[in-house]
Each structure stands twice: as C-alpha cells, then as structure tokens.
Design a protein around this ligand. Structure first.
Ligand SMILES: N[C@@H](CCC(=O)N[C@@H](CS)C(=O)NCC(=O)O)C(=O)O
Length: 215
C-alpha cells in the first residue's frame, strides 16, 4: 500500500494511526507543503486520483481512494482485525457519525484558527473570528463531555471516533483551545487515547513537522 500524506495533515494522521493500530505496512509519500505556500504545488499522483487535489490518498493495488473517512472504512473492510468500528449495527452507525462530526463540525472551527493563527502574522489576525471559533470549540467540548459520560471510549471499544476526535482536539489545543476544568472525563479519555503507541508516535511526528514548518 502507498499513502500520499501531508506532514501536518490531520486527515492523513487519522489514516496513519489506523494503519498502525492494524499493523499494516504502508509506504508513505509526503506531498509538498509549506506554511507560505500551503499544499502547492500539488503532487501529480494526488491530482490524478483525487479531483479535490487533497491528501490523504491511499493506493492499494488496483484500488485508489481519497477522503480519510472512506479510506478508514476500506481498511476496516479489507483488514477487519483488530476492529476500529463497533460490530453492532446501531453502535457502528453512531461511531461513523461521530467520526464524521469531528471532521465536519469540529474541524471547520479549528480550521478558522489555523487560517488566522497558523497562516497569518500577529497583526493581520482577526481577533473576533478567533474568539468566536474558540467559544464554539469550547461549546463542542461541553457536548462531547456529556456524550462520553463514564465510558472509557466514545463508542464501546477504541474506534475511529476516538482517533478522529483526539487528533482534532490536539490541533485545537495547539491553537489555544485545550480541554479545560469543565471537561474532566474528556481529559481522562484524551489521556487514554494519546497513551496508545499508535497515537503517541503520530503526535511525536506531528510535533516535529510543526517545528520544521514554523522554523
Ligand atoms: N475530507 C477530506 C479532507 C482532506 C483535506 O482537507 N486535506 C488537506 C490536508 S489536511 C489538503 O490536502 N488540503 C489541500 C487542499 O485542500 O488543496 C478527508 O477527510 O480526507
């Protein structure tokens, strides 16, 4: 298998963690990325496979896929053990919904911070936009704290929902919105997720990439 990935790409990180959890070997191809130019120029293989021109892109023999959610589902179908989705149909649907919510509800708020804080210099930043995104992310944490309750993981056993949410929260925390005192269960859950060797390794790699990108 070959994974086209971005050094600081949250969506690629989800796939790398899943590959590691499933003990699957994969060649990693890093696409061009810089703080000044973003994902330009695009890798020709990515452009040929993904009409959105985005990473991650996974190639497995004749199968070429894009979008992290689709790739995670493919990996689960192709390599069911160890599972990263619940077996029960209703729990599985809830897990898919949460995994998508991390990408489609929480991440767009985090992306507002990436746009303002990572890509812009201090004096060009929109303080109101930053404050609005921070407040909305905090409110999202509140909802997740309720949803988690006393359970160790978001959906029964460790799953793609935990992977997606923990990585998105890591990005939010690095941009100034860490989990706070109002989120004790979420903090304990986060500690469990990042203690997994697959996630620890991924976060170490992301921290190194961040240092290089901002040097
Ligand atoms: N929904 C997609 C999002 C992928 C995505 O936004 N990838 C970013 C890197 S994290 C990218 O390639 N951006 C370049 C661009 O949009 O041109 C997924 O889940 O894979």
């Amino acid at each position: 298998m070959k994974l086209y990935s971005g050094p600081l790409s949250l969506f690629t990180a989800k796939v790398r963690v899943a590959l590691d959890e499933k003990r699957l070997a994969c060649e990693l191809v890093s696409v061009p990325f810089s703080r000044a130019g973003g994902y330009q120029p695009k890798h020709p293989d990515v452009l040929a496979i993904n009409p959105k021109g985005q990473v991650p892109v996974l190639v497995d023999g004749p199968v070429a896929l894009y979008d992290s959610t689709i790739i995670l589902e493919y990996l689960e179908d192709r390599h069911p053990e160890p599972p990263l989705y619940p077996r029960d149909v209703a729990e599985r649907a809830r897990c898919r919904q949460l995994e998508a919510a991390a990408d489609e509800i929480l991440f767009p708020l985090v992306f507002e911070l990436i746009s303002e804080v990572f890509y812009k210099a201090g004096d060009a930043r929109d303080a109101q936009r930053i404050a609005g995104a921070r407040a909305a992310i905090g409110a999202h944490y509140d909802g997740l704290e309720q949803r988690l309750g006393d359970r160790p993981w978001l959906c029964g056993e460790f799953s793609v929902a935990d992977i997606g949410y923990a990585l998105t929260i890591t990005f939010a925390a690095n941009l100034g919105v860490p989990l706070g005192d109002a989120h004790p269960r979420l903090q304990a859950w986060y500690g469990r997720v990042i203690a997994r060797p697959s996630v620890t390794k991924e976060l170490t790699g992301l921290a190194g990439a961040m240092e290089r990108a901002t040097a």
